[in-house]
Design a protein. Structure first.
Length: 241
């Protein structure tokens, strides 16, 4: 488990870089080293230790004193906690594929929350990480996705007059249609839209969002994926499916 925690912490730091660069149009290769986004000074190795460097430097850049956004240690900490949770449940042969899968899950979630944008490379990575788990989708699952796709595009064109779901969200729905058999796929869709609606109504009631506000939707898709993956069979069996 120690190896999983250490490697996940390093992966969290690496994905922090990917999320920032891919969403801000910064080359992944130039510069070929990490820099402070404020002063553009090169970061030394002791400034790149996941979580520890943030604590050691008290949340500020060692060169210019600019505050380091808390999202950086937050993602690293989430990666570490994910390794601990999964490491307690799975032996190494099963652990690593699931760990990599959830690295992409968290990268998608953080990217959508922070930038309201999802690089297609993250969606593709999520899809590839599903492969070791096995694809159990059926033609019926894909038919439901196609119906959902056409319904959303029709509503966007004739009712909302603007896109309401991004292409990356629709791609995630497609990947889940490849992964889940019909009953679990329908459950995942039900949970996605149910949780999204609940969150939207809560934000409206608290006046934290207006009717025209954009709410990140990918976190609800991936939360529904996780709930369906680990507890969907129990729920479906309870309801007689």
């Amino acid at each position: 488990m120690l190896a999983a925690v250490v490697i996940s912490a390093i992966a969290g730091s690496f994905f922090n870089m990917l999320i920032y660069r891919l969403n801000n149009g910064v080359s992944l290769f130039r510069p070929a080293y990490s820099i402070c986004p404020q002063c553009h000074e090169r970061l030394h190795w002791f400034e790149l230790l996941p979580v520890l460097s943030f604590l050691r430097q008290r949340g500020v850049c060692a060169s210019c004193g600019a505050r380091i956004p808390r999202r950086y240690p937050a993602l690293e900490l989430v990666f570490i906690l994910t390794a601990l949770v999964l490491g307690a449940q799975y032996a190494p042969p099963q652990l690593w594929p699931r760990l990599v899968l959830f690295w992409f899950v968290w990268a998608l979630v953080f990217s959508d929350i922070l930038y309201q944008e999802i690089p297609y490379s993250f969606s593709a990575g999520f899809g590839l990480a599903l492969l070791p788990q096995g694809l159990h989708g059926t033609p019926a699952s894909l038919a439901v996705w196609l119906f959902l796709f056409l319904l959303i595009k029709t509503l966007e064109k004739f009712y909302y007059k603007k896109p309401v779901l991004g292409g990356a969200d629709l791609l995630l729905f497609f990947l889940l249609a490849l992964y889940f058999p019909l009953a679990k796929y329908v459950l995942a869709l039900y949970l996605t839209f149910g949780l999204g609606l609940l969150a939207a109504l809560t934000l409206l009631a608290l006046r934290k969002a207006g009717r025209g506000s954009l709410i990140p939707f990918t976190p609800f898709i991936l939360l529904a994926f996780t709930l369906t993956e680990y507890w969907g069979g129990v729920w479906l069996k309870f309801y007689g499916f």
